[in-house]
Ligand binder design. Structure first.
Ligand code: CMX
Ligand code: CO
Length: 146
């Protein structure tokens, strides 16, 4: 089951300037930032709200780290804007297998590492009415009890 919008991915040329726009215009602060070399992005996650399944919803601001990355290629063609949407699920492997059965291309054989230790995969935009769609299972929340 897909239980929330985990994030909306937004491609930008300059991460610092885009972060500052979201901070000064809306008051959204950076919750987490990292470089994901495999995906070729430097990213900032802005937490928008907690969700009823114990997860959260974010904006994911993405700046390419190399010319041959998917986001660099997309920016060169389209300019800045919404790049993908991501749905949250407790079981990305099962969701990907179910959706694949329905004839939608799943881009990875096995989920890969996403933001904050999550596991992610993507569905081909041409099979999803033009929307690049990501499926995410968040990393388990570490218990604060010792
Ligand atoms: N949204 C909608 N359509 C898209 C798209 C996007 N983000 N990216 C590409 N497309 C469309 C293109 O417009 C093109 O359509 P036309 O043939 O009609 O022109 C078609 O898909 C093929 O595009 P392409 O530019 O030739 O790009 P590729 O096929 O090389 O790559 C894709 C497309 C989806 C396979 C690739 O972007 C991919 O593997 N994406 C998943 C990984 C990713 O996006 N990582 C960055 C984010 C990381 C994160 O969220 O953590
Ligand atoms: Co994403």
């Amino acid at each position: 089951m897909l239980t929330r919008i985990d994030h909306i991915g937004i491609a930008c040329f300059d991460l610092d300037k885009t972060v500052e726009f979201y901070r000064s215009t809306y008051g959204f602060e950076v919750f987490h930032s990292e470089v994901n070399e495999e995906q070729g992005v430097r990213e900032a996650m802005l937490k928008i709200n907690e969700t009823s399944d114990g997860g959260a919803s974010y904006l994911q601001l993405l700046e390419p780290t190399r010319e041959d990355s998917t986001v660099a290629k997309w920016l060169a063609k389209n300019g800045e804007g919404v790049h993908h949407i991501a749905f949250g699920t407790a079981d990305v492997d099962a969701e990907a297998a179910d959706i694949k059965e329905k004839g939608v291309r799943v881009l990875y054989e096995e989920p890969r590492r996403g933001s904050m230790g999550s596991r992610i995969t993507f569905l081909h935009p041409k099979d999803c009415h033009g929307v690049l769609t990501e499926l995410v299972t968040s990393a388990p929340v570490e218990s604060s009890e010792h």
